[in-house]
Design a protein around this ligand. Sequence first.
Ligand code: AMP
Length: 359
Amino acid sequence: MSVVLKPGDMIGILGSGQLGRMIALAAARLGIRAHIYCPESGPAFDVCAQQTIAAYEDEKALAAFADSVGVISYEFENVPAKTAAFLEARRPVRPGPRALAITQDRFTEKSFLNDLGIPTAPFAQVDSLADLEQAVAKLGRPSVLKTRRFGYDGKGQTMIREGSNLAEAFASVGGGACILEGFVPFQREVSVIGARGLDGSFAAYDVCENEHANHILSRTIVPAHASPDTQKAAIDMAGRIAAALDYVGVITVEMFLVEEAQGERIVVNEIAPRVHNSGHWTLDGAVTSQFEQHVRAICGWPLGSPARHGAIEMHNLIGAEANDWATLLAKPGVALHLYGKHEAREGRKMGHWTRVLPE
Ligand code: AMP
């Protein structure tokens, strides 16, 4: 369906977190209103034109939501398949349900990537302890056991080291459908954030380099430390992935950068079918932010320029770190973003700040 929106129209977003909030803010700047649908209230509700609090299984509420908007998107990848299919029958869902289905399952996702000729960690399907024993015999130690679905920020995964007890490891991730991944000896983690328009055009930001603390993104710098050839290869992979998914919207591809005697190589870790924390710097550091780019794409509008304004540094404010807001406000060149969350729980993303320096 090639539905194109116009200023004054409304987009629907599933999820009320900070990503939905920043999409709604970018939409508002372009004269597009946002209807946020979520089972619970969240930061996006402060900045949207319309809101629905209902379960993702509530078909009456979903139908009313679909009727009120021109196109539907989401801020998180775990949208239930049934919800996406129900909505897609009424309004275009962008990115489409296929992108969700593939990226919700690590086994399907890695198989899809390898079919495209894109390198991932070696992996094996694990549904039982016997499968795990076989997979460890094949992929060696260290290796990483992950649940196929619903893992995020390092949750639902455990490292298998020399001496690790396999039965305990399997039990610790729930003893269900998993994959085992060979350990990738990477030097750096990077991401490519790109957008694919309704017309098939593709635009990507420069490669981002990401540092994590306790499995949560802590700092992003751009440009990444990677050769021009590696950067080009990384962006090319993201473009091929988006094209193969017939994708519309912003897509994020998380990658490992491995440096070897023969040179650098990229290994794709996972795809996020959405705007991403490592792209928050684009609000202050790029001609078009990732949120505006997403709104443009899902509305069927031309993509904007992803060009950078300078050298970028973005820091997340996790939990109590956000209490430093007054100090950060006083720092020259710091652009502060707070998500309006009331409680600074440990590990919670409360805001971020960005600094753009001349290159
Ligand atoms: P993920 O949930 O897949 O993003 O993994 C969380 C983190 O665990 C990654 O950001 C890496 O630091 C680490 N990790 C995941 N998979 C592997 C792997 N196959 N080899 C080495 N490190 C990994």
